[in-house]
Design a protein around this ligand. Sequence first.
Ligand code: CA
Length: 232
Amino acid sequence: MSDEAVILVIEDEVPMRRFLRALVAGHGLRVVEAASGEEGIALAASHAPDVILLDLGLPGVDGLEVTRRIREWSETPIIVISARGLEEDKVRALDLGADDYLTKPFGASELLARLRVALRHAGRRAAEGADPRFVLGDLEVDLAARVVRVRGEEVHLTPIEYRLLALLVRHAGRVLTHRHFLREIWGPGASGQDHYVRVHMSQLRRKIEEDPAQPRYVITETGVGYRLRTDA
Ligand code: CA
């Protein structure tokens, strides 16, 4: 991780803020803290953080509203933090432009993995021309040549299966919601047709996963969407 990276933590609960600060600051990252949504929006503007860790359960301006407001002018990756069982809030935050989420309680390694992915995407946004070749275990995706290989053998995907996979690759490590897939691949008319995504994802898995029932590459995030792993 970059030594210079600044992480803005927006969280009203003092013990949680202290926990996050301890985890993040222990890894050479600078932490800026906000105790409310209003303060968080102000610090996002004044400190230009590299990543924002945002608790959804804030008094006053809540996390969803903070996401909406920050997305009006900033593309800084936002990782939302929420309680287990609040899948709808996570989906809403992701659809408003948040990049990822963490479910309480989470451990240091999970938090750091999410931060690493977010920082990488932040760097990619700044630096044009990412590597078009993606390799994960036995899976190889060449976005420039539009070729997918498993154990060196070319796999033939339908156009929709390819677009699902390419979208996952471009956002590797991040969760993508059903709505995100529908919007990007089928367009606005397909809104609400989550089963399109499930059907084609299951066909894609049959072609790229060794055991589609125990997927190694594309992970299901129950009630939210799918995530392509970055290590397998
Ligand atoms: Ca809270």
